[in-house]
Design a protein around this ligand. Structure first.
Ligand code: FO1
Length: 311
């Protein structure tokens, strides 16, 4: 990138969080803003839980459980054990420390704070200096229609059924009425570069784009939008993105991702194992860039960040 242009990142959960941990090392904090999915949010035990926001905070703060990719390292599960004793809802594992985050967020929301305000307070308390915004402060819930269980919530699909049940369609409840959180559209308009993180296109990125104004903001700036393919060698590194693409009639490949994002993304970074797909991707009108993208490999995250800021 040329000037001290700002960078806006469209984020889901784990993959986006890992990329942000790298970008935070390459972009001045006041020039970096993450716009995160809240379609995974849910009310449970009377608490408002925001998995993708919390995964980003915990990961960037280096506090996330390395084993799980979500929740906190060194967790205990006493509250869950107590719930189990009473026959309460213990299918969604909330660690004792993690519960503190949900208690605080729920209380602040009840007092009338916006999700964006609470998210800012939580992020700052973990030493995160760049901007972290929910795509909307309004209610947005990803709903998944399955072959065997009808329409269920995202977490019932992802956790309840370990995302192992075939899906026929996905919708984002509340999207039409949802307003972009304050600052979201400005960030997308002002950014010199918009990055779409390697999150699940179907259930993590699309709910962000479904909030009115967001998809159009990317389409109008398509040449400045670069995505990282979350599908490598036909597989998702984590989660159901590959299966969902196939179940929705698309190809589980970097080419399928390029086709998914054709209208919003001008450039798609694909892993070296998918180099042979570059021509097919170019033929759908997306500029392919081949580079190592497995961020857990030494040096790859920093190289990828430098590439995303310069490509
Ligand atoms: N994922 C699971 O597979 N099982 C869980 O019990 C679980 C609990 C959980 C609690 C808090 C949180 O922030 C995330 C949690 N996740 C769990 C992950 C979560 O379902 C996913 O991170 C996203 O919703 C999808 O990216």
């Amino acid at each position: 990138m040329t000037g001290s242009g700002s960078v806006a990142v469209i984020c889901g959960g784990v993959g986006a969080a890992r990329l942000l941990r790298g970008l935070a090392r390459h972009v001045e904090p006041d020039q970096l803003i993450a716009i995160a999915n809240v379609g995974d949010d849910m009310e449970l035990h009377g608490l408002h839980i925001s998995p993708d926001l919390d995964t980003i905070v915990y990961t960037v703060a280096e506090a996330v459980s390395a084993e799980r990719g979500w929740g906190l390292e060194g967790e205990s599960w006493q509250a869950m054990t107590m719930l189990g004793r009473y026959g309460g809802e213990d299918w969604f594992s909330l660690g004792d420390r993690d519960l503190g985050t949900h208690l605080y967020r729920t209380q602040r929301l009840r007092e009338g704070a916006s999700l964006a305000d609470v998210t800012g307070a939580i992020a700052r308390s973990w030493g995160i200096e760049f901007g972290l915004l929910p795509v909307t402060d309004d209610r947005l819930r990803t709903m998944v229609t399955t072959v065997d269980h009808g329409e269920i919530t995202f977490q019932e699909y992802f956790v309840g059924h370990q995302h192992s049940v075939p899906v026929t369609s996905v919708r984002f409840d509340g999207a039409d009425a949802a307003r972009p959180a304050p600052g979201v559209l400005t960030a997308l308009a002002d950014a010199e570069r918009i990055i779409v993180a390697p999150s699940n296109p179907v259930v993590s990125i699309d709910p962000v784009l479904a909030v009115p104004g967001v998809r159009d903001a990317l389409r109008s700036r398509r040449d400045d939008v670069v995505a990282v393919s979350p599908i490598i060698g036909g597989k998702a590194l984590k989660g159901p993105a590959d299966r969902l693409l196939v179940e929705l009639g698309r190809e589980a490949s970097a080419t399928g991702v390029a086709e998914w994002y054709t209208d919003e993304v001008g450039t798609l970074v694909i892993d070296t194992v998918d180099a042979a797909r570059a021509e097919a991707i170019a033929s759908v009108g997306v500029r392919p860039v081949v580079a190592p993208t497995i961020m857990s490999e030494p040096g790859v995250l920093d190289q990828l960040c430098e590439l995303l800021l310069s490509v």
